[in-house]
Design a protein around this ligand. Structure first.
Ligand code: SIN
Ligand code: MN
Length: 267
């Protein structure tokens, strides 16, 4: 999949792009089911909210076949290669739960703030590419983006160790107010299979989910190979240190996996 000129221009101007029909429901169905088993497992890669509900599962592409295929999917890898003009490797991979009733807030932040301070990533040449596994509504804790905020570069941030169960470099209220006065807030919503990509310096966050609708989203963080991290401080399953370029799989690989999964469940 190649981005057209309008998409490239929108990304450069606003810092984000949404492709609502990137994957079909059939393609993501098996992943939706597999995610529940992953959250139920007792592994160090699964982080939980303070009340025990799943928050995020790191590195599932390393041990789950379906999530491994998604991590090599050409519809995700190729557009990022196109924008960066080079091959990419997997810097981070997570399945964020935003569990029904219990999903907690992600405070306003820039991802590059963490990649720079905690991982020693030289430039904001890594991209978050989000794949919706559940339907994302305006009311189940969707991602909120501040368009054009990426043009401000890496902003001063404080290390929030307390608000939620996951430490994050977060922005203060005055900064968020100023950025919103310029760019407003957008909330991409849509069906499972939608794909959202956004710049590493784009300011974003999400509120808690008190609805009975979970909001699972997979995030691939694809980093340009020349921009590999220099000073990792996180475990390997949070900030990967295998800088091998990703070799994309076949375009129908996820569909074939989903069909196999369905046959096995029916057998
Ligand atoms: C993130 O910003 O890394 C995750 C936010 C979310 O899943 O709501
Ligand atoms: Mn983030």
């Amino acid at each position: 999949m190649k981005l057209n000129d309008t998409q490239v221009q929108q990304f450069k101007s606003d810092g984000w792009l949404f492709m609502p029909d990137a994957f079909s429901m059939e393609e993501v169905e098996a992943l939706r089911q597999e995610a529940e088993g992953i959250y139920a497992a007792n592994r160090p890669e699964i982080w939980r909210e303070k009340n025990g509900a799943p928050r995020t599962a790191f590195a599932a592409h390393t041990y789950n076949e379906g999530f491994g295929i998604l991590g090599r999917h050409p519809r995700l890898v190729k557009p990022v290669e196109q924008l960066f003009g080079e091959q990419v490797y997997m810097h981070q991979y997570k399945i964020n739960a935003k569990a029904k009733f219990d999903g907690d807030v992600w405070q306003w932040h820039q991802d590059y703030g963490t990649w720079l301070r905690d991982d020693g990533m030289p430039e904001p040449r890594a991209m978050n590419i989000a794949v919706f596994l559940d339907e994302v509504f305006t009311y189940n804790g969707p991602l909120m983006l501040i368009p054009k905020s990426q043009h401000h570069g890496n902003l001063p941030a404080g290390h929030d160790l307390g608000t939620t169960s996951y430490p994050l470099w977060t922005l203060d209220h005055a900064t968020v107010e100023k950025l919103c006065a310029e760019g407003g807030i957008v909330v991409p919503v849509g069906k499972p299979g939608g794909v959202l990509m956004f710049h590493g310096n784009l300011v974003h966050g999400s509120a808690g989910n008190i609805t009975p609708y979970s909001r699972k989203i997979v995030y691939l963080t694809l980093n340009a190979v020349s921009n590999y991290i220099r000073k990792p401080t996180h475990p390997e399953w949070i900030a990967h240190q295998d800088f091998t370029p990703i070799m994309p799989c076949a375009d129908d690989a996820l569909l074939q996996y989903s069909r196999k999964h369905r046959r096995q469940a029916a057998a």
